[in-house]
Design a protein around this ligand. Structure first.
Ligand code: TXA
Ligand code: MG
Length: 295
């Protein structure tokens, strides 16, 4: 049996599968099985009121899960398959386990070919948060997922994730579209389709101030050279995470690698990348908050 068929069998039996996507790896379960979805929360150690995104193989499939609108159609045409999650009023059949009891549901059609094959072969929605224990750095390779969940979890290896950080989340359930989480689709690309994005009335549940955190304390700065000199002068050992081309794609893998070095402090350079800086700096700010060091 090939890997996709094996994964489908596990999912149909209510089990979990590590699924590559273009953003980060997901921990997938049948979105129509309350038991299977509960298993995700148990495996991650995630609070039950944090909703999970439902992944579909096409916009046509997604329409059965949330109330469609002109804005949803326009965004789907522009960015699906791709790193965009839309929050829509949920359809009647959507489980409370998936939405955390909210009246809305997050939907995404991922662009990764292996995710697409899996979704098409499974023939339904897959609930999938990022495949990392709650609060830790998201996985961008199959090895990251295996390291976290052990050899018993079936992980489809789709190589390193091309985007490298999570999808942008746009809430279309309110009077005006709002950006709940910056991510793989830049704000200005989204605004070119739906107009100015409002602030989230409430942050997405689970988007905590401290999140995506390495164990080592992290300092976010524009002045890496100055900070390193200052820290080394007082005897602290540091490792540097520079900005630059490919920053988003290698961000999480680098955070993991530097976290293993055993230095006192990670010094991360604030991104000025036109497209990705909002998402990169958002994740780095959360990582810094989680580490207990302020900017
Ligand atoms: O790129 C991604 O989005 C990855 C890949 C696997 O698709 N998934 C991901 O899932 O990042 P997770 O669970 O780590 O983050 C999903 C975020 C959470 O902050 C959750 O609160 C929010 O999406 N979310 C999901 N459904 C929502 C809803 N109905 N209303 C508001 N926020 C929602
Ligand atoms: Mg996550």
């Amino acid at each position: 049996m090939d890997h996709i068929a094996q994964a489908v069998q596990i999912l149909r039996a209510g089990g979990l599968v590590g699924m590559p996507t273009e953003t980060v790896y997901g921990l997938a379960a049948d979105a129509c099985s309350p038991l299977a979805v509960r298993r995700i929360f148990a495996a991650k150690g995630r609070p039950a009121d944090h909703p999970v995104i439902v992944h579909l193989d096409s916009a046509a499939s997604a329409q059965a899960w949330g109330r469609w609108s002109a804005a949803a159609q326009a965004l789907a045409e522009a960015f699906w398959p791709g790193p965009l999650t839309m929050v829509l009023p949920r359809a009647g059949h959507v489980l409370d386990e998936v939405t955390g009891g909210l009246p809305t549901v997050g939907l995404r059609v991922p662009a990764h070919p292996v995710a697409h094959q899996l979704l098409a072969a499974f023939g339904g929605g897959l609930a999938a948060p990022s495949a990392n224990p709650f609060g830790t750095v998201s996985p961008t390779s199959a090895a990251h997922v295996r390291a976290a969940f052990g050899a018993d979890l079936k992980v489809l290896d789709g190589g390193p994730c091309a985007v490298g950080l999570e999808s942008s989340i746009v809430d279309l359930s309110g009077p005006t579209p709002a950006l709940l989480r910056p991510g793989g689709v830049p704000r200005r690309a989204l605004e070119a389709i739906v107009g100015p994005l409002g602030q989230a009335a409430t942050p997405a549940p689970g988007t905590l101030k401290a999140h995506y955190a390495p164990r080592t304390s992290l300092l976010l700065t524009d002045d890496v050279v100055g900070e390193v000199a200052r820290l080394e002068a007082v005897g602290r050992s540091v490792a540097v995470l520079p900005a630059g081309p490919g920053h988003a794609q290698r961000l999480y893998a680098e955070l993991r690698r530097l976290d293993e070095l055993g230095v006192d402090l990670l010094v991360a350079e604030r991104s000025d990348d036109l497209d990705m800086r909002e998402a990169i700096n958002d994740r780095l700010r959360r990582a810094a908050t989680g580490s207990g060091v302020t900017e």
